[in-house]
Design a protein around this ligand. Structure first.
Ligand SMILES: NC(=O)c1ccc[n+]([C@@H]2O[C@H](COP(=O)([O-])OP(=O)(O)OC[C@H]3O[C@@H](n4cnc5c(N)ncnc54)[C@H](OP(=O)(O)O)[C@@H]3O)[C@@H](O)[C@H]2O)c1
Length: 287
């Protein structure tokens, strides 16, 4: 049984691979990267490592030879992401792998999202289901790891300003979702199932402010503002307009409850409760 992991050099892929390496030999875990140096580093650890790009179909087919199951870790938003994701599914089908797993997002209602970037995930899910390949879909919660990016490193001086209202997010640590993905892939294979990997509770930015206050002993407050006011704040801070727009869209989806669904799937796949907000923030802020 051989797996191919795309996004292997990324944070999520790294967590998947480290978990798999505890249970199966390195030559069962093929990896794909665009970066030759990183490819050589994997190869030195005994993993079949391929240089390849979602834009380069022949590189994908080469990496999938002798592979049973592909884990397609979604790419970022550079380039034509939909075409890239379809290339991987098409290559998997042509090469004849037995199953494909995909990292999507856990959102309540794909049809009423503010963040257009998220639509690609659901279009890719549909493309995979229509491909006839056996599949596993991992709908991941918003990474708890992004909280420092949202609130900023100066949070203990500035407090938190966002336009998410009192909307809640079922944050989970990226490392734990990677571990859970590896466990499902090793224990269950592709059984045409969809998992929603979320934390055990959902938290607002107000909850984050309280948790940071308790952990640091410094008072952190959350000030919710309207989208337009927040956009002005972000642009005045020097953020490019497009980036500010993405942050506003994330906040709108949070405010509208898109990110708040809690399931037990992650706890089940980990065999323990996932990290709580306070446990995660302790790690992420070094508190
Ligand atoms: N749930 C969430 O909150 C959340 C947050 C952020 C992102 N995401 C999604 O989850 C994915 C994984 O997260 P992460 O934190 O592990 O991301 P990451 O650390 O940025 O890693 C991204 C990976 O994508 C690979 N990649 C990018 N473009 C590629 C291409 N054209 N061809 C082949 N590989 C390509 C990179 O590989 P090489 O550079 O080695 O080629 C890298 O390993 C992200 O890409 C994004 O779609 C989810």
């Amino acid at each position: 049984m051989r797996f191919l992991i795309t996004g292997a050099t990324g944070a999520l892929g790294g967590a998947v691979i480290e978990t798999m390496l505890k249970r199966i030999p390195p030559d069962s875990i093929a990896v794909l990267t665009r970066n030759e140096e990183k490819r050589l580093a994997f190869q030195a650890r005994g993993l079949p490592a391929y240089q390849g790009d979602f834009d380069d179909i022949s590189s994908l087919e080469k990496a999938m030879k002798e592979v049973d199951t592909v884990l397609l870790i979604s790419a970022g938003d550079e380039g034509d992401r939909m075409r890239q994701l379809r290339n991987v599914v098409d290559a998997a089908k042509r090469v004849g792998v037995s199953g494909i797993a995909y990292t999507s997002r856990s959102l309540r209602d794909p049809d009423s999202l503010s963040n257009a970037l998220m639509a690609d995930h659901f279009a890719t899910e549909d493309y995979i289901r229509d491909s006839g390949l056996r599949y596993t879909i991992f709908r991941n919660a918003l990474y708890m790891d992004v909280i420092p990016l949202f609130v900023g490193k100066q949070v203990f001086e500035t407090g938190i300003i966002q336009s998410a209202g009192m909307g809640k997010v079922a944050f989970a640590l990226r490392k734990e979702m990677g571990e859970a993905i590896a466990n499902v892939m090793l224990d269950e294979g592709c059984e045409n199932k969809t998992y929603k990997f979320t934390g055990d509770s959902a938290y607002s930015f107000d909850d984050i402010a309280s948790a940071l206050t308790d952990l640091s002993g410094k008072e952190v407050n959350y000030t919710p503002v309207e989208s337009a006011a927040f956009e002005t704040i972000l642009i005045n801070k020097g953020l490019p307009v497009a980036m500010a727009g993405k942050i506003i869209d994330f906040n709108a989806d949070i405010r509208n409850g898109q990110e708040s669904e809690v399931t037990a799937d992650l706890a089940r796949a980990l065999g323990r409760p996932p990290a709580s907000l306070k446990e995660g923030l302790k790690i992420l802020f070094g508190l």
